[in-house]
Design a protein around this ligand. Structure first.
Ligand code: 0X9
Ligand code: ZN
Length: 425
């Protein structure tokens, strides 16, 4: 007990120290979009992306460059004749503006619980949990709320099971999660909107709950998500928050989407604890990934679709993400994803790309979608919501409403397709 308390104190102190040392102002950082013209360009970008402190690749083609490395970066652009576009002259400025507007909205419109969450601003993990509690109290016939585990810093990770209240004969299950990556704020916002639609707008959506229950965990990486809400300087955090002591010092967090025990730490994952795609010291080292693992296994017999919400890219990705081979059933996966993409296109004109993770995006092993698919979910997707804001991860508050509504159109269409394809037997 005594030892436990000391180690908690040590960790907290280290945390504070780390915030002050490494929380960085993005003032003067520039954002570039690169368009590789072939294998050679891709290799150059991959090499640059290894220098994690200087070149922060948000995805394989978008990079934030820190002020002291700008010269060298521009020289490389010139030398290798790389095709590029400067997307933001000063990332810090845009990031800070969007961050501060949200903070102001929080002050102006505090959430006191016992009511629905608006789409006017982003909410903290505590506020989201309070909303889930409110739903469980208000709709006891249709909602079950369960704490599935705790984050490293002790936050309760609550999953909501939504039913139509007509008892639980052997219904199928759709499992949805959000907030794997801390900075992808539109993901928890979309998960919350889906929850609200299924619970509070039940009449309009009851066909989704006739033979199916929905299980939704809106914020997987609660510690990381809270950390991004501390200040604009920590806004771009991606990983969990558990520290790892190594020869070079201390680095924080694991990429929870590289921490799953399926082709763990293979291609597209890093063994460097300071990297943004660090796979963790071992598979399922992170309590947050363990919670999703348990949800997947609990539901793997009845579970027909696993959907994990990320941003950014307007992509509907299916397995595999660890190899460029396609699963035998890729046509089923493609059909369901296409139903989502088509519905979104009809509704808003937004054009999602559908395909396997590796072929459409990049190879990244140890992710939750591959794990769920391998565990028995016939349908498993990563949905990369549209990017907006300076970095794509910080859509301004005015855009939340349209983005979450659009996302719901896709989720609903995919849900209906799954229900049609996989009826309860
Ligand atoms: O890299 C990721 O974890 C996801 N993209 S993100 O920009 N949101 O970080 C994509 C994961 C796709 N799935 C697999 N590779 N299995
Ligand atoms: Zn993500």
């Amino acid at each position: 007990m005594h030892y436990f308390r000391i180690s908690v104190v040590v960790v907290l102190l280290a945390n504070i120290l780390f915030v002050s040392i490494t929380a960085k102002s993005y003032e003067g950082y520039k954002l570039y979009q690169l368009t590789p013209k072939g294998e050679e360009d891709i290799n150059i970008l991959q090499n640059l992306s290894k220098q994690v402190e200087r070149f922060d690749f948000l995805n394989s083609e978008t990079v934030i460059v820190e002020p002291n490395s700008l010269k060298e970066f521009e020289n490389a652009l010139e030398k290798y004749q790389l095709e590029y576009k400067l997307l933001d002259e000063d990332v810090g400025k845009t990031l800070t503006r969007n961050f501060e507007v949200n903070r102001l909205m929080k002050t102006l419109k505090p959430y006191k619980g016992q009511e629905r969450l608006s789409t006017e601003r982003y909410y903290s993990h505590g506020e989201i949990n309070a909303y889930l509690e409110y739903l469980a109290q208000t709709y006891p016939q249709r909602v079950i709320l369960k704490t599935m585990g705790y984050s490293f810093e002790g936050r309760a990770l609550k999953a909501i099971t939504i039913t139509n209240g007509q008892g639980s004969y052997d219904k199928n299950v759709i499992l949805v999660d959000g907030g794997f990556h801390a900075r992808e704020w539109i993901s928890p916002a979309s998960a919350i909107y889906a929850i609200e639609q299924l619970v509070e707008n039940f009449e309009a959506n009851k066909e989704l709950l006739a033979d199916y229950n929905w299980v939704i965990l809106p914020v997987v990486n609660a510690d990381g998500y809270e950390y991004t809400q501390v200040s604009a300087d920590t806004r771009m955090w991606r990983k969990t928050r558990k520290p790892l002591f190594h020869e070079g010092g201390i680095c924080y967090g694991t990429d929870p989407n590289r921490n799953f025990d399926f082709h763990w730490n293979e291609e597209g994952a890093s063994s460097d604890p300071c990297s943004n795609t660090f796979a963790g010291p071992k598979a399922f080292s992170e309590p947050e990934a363990m919670v999703v693992r348990d949800l997947i296994h609990t539901n793997s017999v009845k579970g027909q679709m696993y959907l994990t919400l990320h941003s950014q890219g307007k992509l509907l990705l299916y397995p595999w993400g660890w190899t460029d081979a396609l699963p035998d059933t890729w046509e089923d996966l493609h059909e369901v994803a296409a139903a989502g993409a088509d519905a979104i296109y009809q509704a808003t004109g937004t054009n999602y790309t559908v395909g396997s993770s590796t072929t459409v995006l990049y190879v990244a092993a140890g992710a939750s979608d591959d794990y769920a698919f391998n565990a028995g979910f016939p349908i498993a997707f990563t949905m990369e919501l549209p990017g907006a804001g300076s970095t794509g991860f910080d859509p301004p508050v005015e855009m939340i409403d349209e983005l979450v509504k659009e996302t719901w159109v896709g989720i609903k269409a995919m849900g209906l397709k799954v229900i049609e394809k996989y009826p309860v037997v």
